[in-house]
Design a protein around this ligand. Structure first.
Ligand SMILES: NC(=O)C1=CN([C@@H]2O[C@H](COP(=O)(O)OP(=O)(O)OC[C@H]3O[C@@H](n4cnc5c(N)ncnc54)[C@H](OP(=O)(O)O)[C@@H]3O)[C@@H](O)[C@H]2O)C=CC1
Ligand SMILES: O=C(O)C1=N[C@H](C(=O)O)C[C@H](O)C1
Length: 269
């Protein structure tokens, strides 16, 4: 078995720690490096210190040091950090799994451009369950195209900085595509005051933030006399970490290109 060298960006974050633990627990992956920002609490320490272990990877903000020998970088940070890391990886032939959310159109264009130089998996949610839920939404939207109002409700922990979640936005895109609509034209991101009656062609979003909610998403198809709710609820971040490792293994033999979790999980039918 060949060993894949994995570097982790945002190694001290909620997802970074899950990933460090998951890489150390695997027998085909090696933690080759760990990136933080200059004021990160764990800078200069072993990335596995929080587990009471030594991985040999010291958290650094020096990209060359943190990415030395890496085959794949797994990045769950912030858009500005991810884009910096990606530029370095594209220039040095390092593959990248991007879990970060909250990119604007320019950021997404930069990811597409970098993927012409190196292989990239970019997905707002790495869990198998969420990606299968996306397929269910496609089917539901195709079959409930008229007479059903579509609302997407998401809930996350108090520390989350972007809204709606990347997953909720992707759900909106999947549904809009299935209905032949453009999400940019039909999304409604908040309601207040005298809003008038609901326009049936819209897709509504509602955001809840509080406590330690890991990630809940519900899509409501509200018709007359009935409603359908398709929900996914995460009770642990482990599913995101395991999905990210699957994405890293998937990239091992891939040439440059942009892939999503449908490709990783074989859901592109
Ligand atoms: N695709 C998926 O399946 C999932 C995606 N996410 C997304 O992943 C991202 C991170 O989430 P989470 O782990 O909860 O967040 P955290 O805030 O816990 O962790 C973010 C990490 O990135 C570091 N960081 C912050 N700013 C920068 C920067 N500019 N450059 C480089 N590193 C930076 C932080 O450093 P420091 O330690 O100093 O704070 C921290 O280590 C979010 O966008 C979230 O939406 C989350 C879960 C699943
Ligand atoms: O910030 C989080 O925590 C999560 N972010 C992702 C998103 O924005 O969709 C995925 C998951 O919901 C957890």
């Amino acid at each position: 078995m060949t060993t894949l060298n994995i570097a982790i960006a945002g190694a001290g974050g909620r997802m970074g720690r899950m990933l460090v633990e998951a890489v150390l627990a695997s027998d085909d992956l090696r933690l080759s490096g760990a990136l933080g920002v200059p004021d990160s609490a764990g800078l200069g320490q072993d990335a596995a210190t929080f587990l009471g272990k030594a991985s040999g990877a010291i958290v650094t903000s020096d990209l060359a040091a943190g990415l030395e020998g890496a085959d794949v970088l797994i990045d769950f940070t912030r858009p500005e950090g991810t884009l910096q890391h990606l530029e370095y990886c594209a220039a040095h032939g390092i593959k990248v799994v991007i879990g970060t959310t909250g990119f604007d159109d320019a950021g997404k264009a930069a990811i597409r451009a970098a993927a012409e130089k190196t292989a990239v998996v970019f997905a707002p949610n790495m869990s198998v369950g969420v990606n299968v839920t996306m397929k269910l939404l496609e089917m539901a939207a195709q079959n409930l195209a008229t007479g059903y109002d579509i609302e997407i409700i998401e809930a996350h922990h108090r520390h989350k900085v972007d809204a709606p979640s990347g997953t909720a936005l992707k759900m909106g895109e999947v549904i809009a595509d299935a209905l032949g609509r453009d999400l940019k034209e039909c999304a409604v991101y908040g309601r207040e005051g005298v809003t008038g009656e609901r326009d049936p062609s819209t897709i509504g979003f509602a955001t809840v933030r509080g406590g330690d909610i890991i990630g809940d998403h519900t899509v409501l198809f509200a018709g007359t006399g009935e409603r359908i709710e398709i929900s996914h609820k995460s009770s642990s971040r482990a599913g995101y970490a395991q999905g990210s490792l699957r994405a890293a293994r998937f990239l091992a033999d891939k040439p440059a290109g942009l892939f999503d979790m449908y490709a990783v999980l074989g859901l592109n039918t």
